[in-house]
Ligand binder design. Structure first.
Ligand code: 4NP
Length: 153
């Protein structure tokens, strides 16, 4: 199983989801891979936002060595699931998909915590207080995703 978590800049939200997934994958001994990407390229090559690094660290995770990259068409072939944070990511990611069929790999990550509600992970970039809320939402989403996938297996 290969999972790609996607936000706008790949410096705030998806790096946290990436770190949470890595931690859970290792803890549960799953043969899964995870990466993250942004629909925009303006932070390509950069480490995560210092506030995301700090929020991860408060929760025992080190995400400081991640580097931002942009979502590309080939990702739709490589990854089984492309999990996005909000409606804008959803539309932008679908527009990058190389075929109509592959657009279906894009899913709102919060639907794995709260099925069918189309909940969105708010962009914390302009909100210093938003990072712990984002972290807690993503822990629920990752946990829900792993439950749905491992129950299926
Ligand atoms: P992210 O947050 O999509 O969670 O990484 C953002 C990071 C940067 C910008 C917007 C959102 N920006 O406008 O530079």
């Amino acid at each position: 199983m290969k999972i790609l978590v996607v936000c706008l800049g790949n410096i705030c939200r998806s790096p946290l989801a990436h770190g949470i997934f890595n931690h859970e994958i290792r803890k549960r001994n799953l043969d899964w891979e995870v990466d993250s990407a942004g629909t925009a390229n303006y932070h390509s090559g950069k480490a995560p936002d210092p506030r995301s690094i700090a929020e991860a660290k408060r929760n025992g995770l080190d995400i400081s060595r991640q580097a931002a990259r942009q979502l590309i068409a080939e990702d739709f072939i490589v990854y089984n699931h492309i999990l996005v944070m909000d409606a804008m990511n959803y539309q932008n990611a679908r527009s990058i998909a190389p075929t109509e069929e592959l657009k279906q790999k894009v899913e709102l990550i919060m639907n794995f915590a709260d099925p069918g509600r189309n909940g969105q992970v708010p962009d914390p970039y302009w909100d210093d207080e938003g990072f712990s809320n984002v972290y807690n939402m993503l822990v629920r989403a990752v946990d829900g995703f792993i439950s749905t996938q491992t129950e299926k297996a």
